[in-house]
Design a protein around this ligand. Structure first.
Ligand SMILES: NC(=O)c1ccc[n+]([C@@H]2O[C@H](COP(=O)([O-])OP(=O)(O)OC[C@H]3O[C@@H](n4cnc5c(N)ncnc54)[C@H](O)[C@@H]3O)[C@@H](O)[C@H]2O)c1
Length: 267
């Protein structure tokens, strides 16, 4: 078997690796034998400990600071070699209408969600080009990139920017064998959305009502999509948005489909 087609020969970097979705991705990659370096502002959750794995290298990094990002990617390369996979997911969200959004909140959302994505992708691609390595980059985007979210407008705008970043990079580096894609989850019952559901349980019920399959996503659903795009066997898929949202983005308030069908089946 071509060694480039084996998961065990891959070196991955994951940002937001201590978050709910990030930690799921880290664990899934380590389980496949991939060497995984994660970056986050906070330590990797103890309950999901991987301290016994020599294939896991967690770091505290502020990914909105390009110098810290460059130093982190240098450190990973020195330790294991050139990264072949990057999963870029560190994000924050600020709740407010756009007009009520302060300069500080706007700058924070754009800098942590969009500028950091550019810094990480740039640093990793430079390393790949140096040794002519093929590789995979997956941005964790959102269905909010193409569906306006008035209560979190800055997040929605930031995710649209991340999508444009993904598409531009995908076109620029396809000829080098660097394949760049986005996963766009709908509502995941974890991380950012779970924090909102915990504050307002009625919100989850309302969200479920508008999702045609009548299910929220799990972190495992998102990790599965990311692994699909990162697979060493993927030699052609680039520049796509893999939307997994239970039909949310194709439904409208006029016609949400038949959301009660799944409920009826389970009764
Ligand atoms: N939860 C959802 O419903 C949902 C839906 C669609 C997309 N997403 C996307 O999934 C990704 C992960 O989100 P999540 O829901 O797991 O949230 P999360 O809050 O659990 O994870 C985000 C992580 O990013 C880290 N982070 C924040 N600022 C950082 C910085 N400056 N430097 C380094 N790390 C930083 C946080 O510490 C956190 O661990 C995000 O890109 C989010 O937009 C989530």
């Amino acid at each position: 078997m071509d060694k480039n087609l084996s998961w065990a020969n891959q070196i991955a970097v994951v940002t937001g690796g201590s978050g709910d979705i990030g930690a799921e991705v880290v664990r899934a990659l380590v389980a496949l034998g991939v060497k995984v370096a994660s970056a986050d502002l906070v330590p990797f959750p103890e309950v999901k400990s991987l301290s016994d794995s020599t294939n896991f290298f967690p770091s505290i990094v502020d990914v909105s600071n390009s110098k810290e990002v460059d130093q982190w990617i240098d450190a990973v390369t020195e330790r294991w070699g050139t990264p072949t996979i990057a999963v870029i997911g560190a994000t924050i969200v600020r709740n407010s209408t756009l007009v009520e959004t302060s300069d500080a909140d706007w700058d924070a959302v754009i800098s942590v969600g969009l500028s950091s994505s550019f810094y990480v992708a740039r640093a990793v691609i430079k390393k790949m080009l140096l040794v002519q390595a093929h590789g995979k980059i997956v941005f964790i985007g959102s269905w909010a990139a193409s569906n306006p979210h008035p209560h979190i407008g800055s997040y929605s705008v930031m995710k649209a920017g991340t999508r444009a970043l993904m598409q531009n990079l995908a076109l620029e580096y396809a000829h080098c064998g660097i394949l760049i894609n986005e996963v766009a989850p709908g509502v995941v019952d974890a991380g950012l959305s779970k924090a909102l559901f915990d504050k307002d349980p009625a919100l989850k019920a309302r969200a479920l009502e508008s999702i045609p399959v009548n299910l929220t996503l799990t972190t495992k659903d998102v990790a599965r999509d990311i692994l699909y795009l990162c697979s060493p066997e993927n030699l052609v898929t680039t520049g796509i948005v893999l939307t997994s949202d239970g039909g949310l983005s194709i439904a409208s308030t006029m016609n949400t489909g038949t959301p009660n069908r799944m409920k009826d089946k389970s009764q």
